[in-house]
Design a protein around this ligand. Structure first.
Ligand code: GAP
Length: 510
């Protein structure tokens, strides 16, 4: 028997474009690198994942509230945050053809490791290994830092004084609003502020389809804790016994890629994860990935080595997914940011960022789970994509499947189509649904399987006699018979929609 061929990036991209999940933005003009538009299925998938994230991390919880900040942000924000100074990648340019490369990616693609991401280390690696322009063989210039923030002008005058930045992370808007939120909701430490929104990074070399974009969506929480209570997490029991594959900084520094399997209790007790709250948020993030259907066997947790830590980070763990065409790649970053951001904003604004806890003024420390939506979607689709009997099936969890129900008449004849259409209209009140009457019923099932529809409802001969329909399950092909009067509650039960239903309208109290 032939072994299943691994999914390639080309397979995935063409599948997603062909079925209307994503389109290269400005495709009729040749596309704009690093920008993708969501098609009809992508837009629904995006909404399902965002809604479930918001439900799980905000509405369901008693200790997290959400905000929605601006995209164009006060320039001082990014001076204070350190992004003006430190948010850059090294760029090398070919002295012959002028092609530009992100230096660390160029070296990585050639299998060359640099001890640190500094101009000196990159420059000497290029010289020692004789690296030349992959395009024309020309000599490469010296690496120069390239700041990733997009800027624009506020108002008609295009002067330096009017320059502002498009946010490269949602996090800073949370820090700017921290005290206002704290006082308006009457919060007490520990508590979190969440935000979902678009961010922009002028990546030197966008690549990997949705993996490295110039415009993308972040789902972030900044969780504020009294620095004396970083190990007092009342929810820790909910994650303590979860096992995770953890690749430590120590192992990587010794040249190993071998992970250890540890419970989060062990990871914290051994001192590997420095604070209990940090271990808790790693656990919660893993739990949510499992909840939306990602196979946790293909997920690992990797600690950042010292040289890759962001300028604000005390300690960072990435949650990585194993992509068959790229290997292990970060989809979520979970950082201990200490009090870096609040202190810097206090210093740059002259406004106190301290709040009262246990009768003392404290500047809280922050644990930050930061999710890239498009990377989560990429992992979801890769994880769900299977070829069974030569046909693609997208085994998406019903919780996030963009279309939940397909409704079909068994054949294209008025007595069936009329009834099936009325079922479709009733189903659509509750779920995203599609209707199709053309083609063989087998063909229509396969089409629905390919876009991940978990349940197909068919109106057949027996329906006309006893008002029942069949419900077919995408993954097992099993069918059950259900009275039409029971169809909606049955589908709701099959979908486990508790999050979606309970989520609407409930505010999070603190
Ligand atoms: N506030 C922290 C922060 O922004 P980050 O590791 O730079 O940290 C967080 O970004 C997440 O955003 C990443 O884990 C990744 O999922 C996503 N992300 C970062 N750069 C991206 C890009 N160019 N394209 C798509 N997603 C990206």
């Amino acid at each position: 028997m032939q072994a299943a061929r691994a999914l390639t990036l080309e397979d995935l991209t063409s599948f997603c474009v062909r079925r209307g999940f994503f389109f290269p933005s400005g495709r009729i003009y040749g596309g704009l690198r690093g920008f993708y538009d969501y098609g009809p299925l992508g837009a629904e998938l995006r909404k399902e994942v965002l809604d479930d994230w918001w439900y799980y991390f905000v509405r369901r919880r008693v200790d997290v509230v959400g905000i929605h900040g601006c995209i164009i942000t006060h320039p001082k924000t990014w001076e204070a945050s350190g992004h003006v100074e430190a948010f850059f990648d090294y760029l090398v340019t070919c002295t012959k053809c002028g092609k530009e490369y992100r230096a660390d990616h160029l070296l990585e693609d050639l299998g060359i490791k640099v001890p640190a991401l500094s101009a000196e280390a990159i420059s000497s690696a290029i010289k020692e290994k004789g690296v030349r322009c992959p395009e024309c063989g020309g000599e490469l210039g010296e690496p120069v830092p390239f700041n990733l923030m997009f800027s624009t002008y506020v108002g008609p005058k295009r002067t330096k004084a009017n320059e502002a930045y498009l946010r490269p992370e949602t996090a800073q808007l949370i820090f700017l609003n921290f005290r206002d939120v704290y006082y308006t909701v009457g919060a007490k430490l520990p508590f979190g502020i969440a935000q979902v929104g678009t961010v922009f990074r002028n990546e030197i070399s966008p690549r990997g389809f949705l993996f490295r974009l110039r415009e993308f969506t972040q789902m972030e929480i900044e969780y504020f804790v009294n620095p004396k209570k970083l190990d007092e997490c009342p929810f820790f029991d909910e994650v303590a016994q979860m096992k995770a594959k953890i690749l430590t900084a120590e192992a990587q520094e010794a040249g190993s890629e071998q992970h250890s399997v540890l419970t989060l209790q062990e990871a914290w007790e051994s001192g590997l994860v420095k604070t209990k709250w940090h271990a808790y948020w790693i656990g919660e993030s893993l739990k949510w990935l499992g909840r939306i259907g990602i196979n946790l066997e293909r997920v690992r947790v990797r600690e950042h080595v010292k040289s890759e830590l962001a300028h604000y980070a005390v300690q960072t763990f990435d949650i990585e997914y194993y992509f068959p065409f790229m290997g292990w790649k970060e989809i979520i970053g979970i950082s201990n940011r200490g009090d870096y951001d609040l202190r810097r904003h206090q210093e740059y604004s002259g406004k106190s960022m301290a709040v009262e806890d246990d009768g003392e003024a404290v500047i809280p420390h922050v644990i930050e789970p930061s999710f890239g939506l498009e990377r989560v979607l990429l992992a979801l689709i890769v994880d769900a994509y299977k070829v069974v009997g030569g046909r693609p099936i997208l085994s998406l969890h019903p919780r996030v499947a963009p279309i939940k129900v397909a409704v079909f008449p068994i054949v294209d004849k008025p007595e069936f189509t009329k009834k099936a259409w009325s079922v479709y209209v009733a189903v659509k009140e509750h779920f995203t649904a599609i209707y199709e009457e053309k083609g063989t019923i087998g063909r229509r099932y396969y089409d629905a399987d390919e876009i991940g529809v978990p349940f197909a409802v068919t109106v057949d001969g027996r329906t006309l006699e006893d008002d029942t329909v069949t419900v077919r399950f995408r993954d097992t092909k099993e069918q059950i018979r259900v009275p039409i009067s029971e169809l909606i509650p049955t589908l709701k039960r099959l979908m486990g929609r508790e999050g979606v239903d309970r989520g609407s309208g409930a505010g999070a109290g603190i």
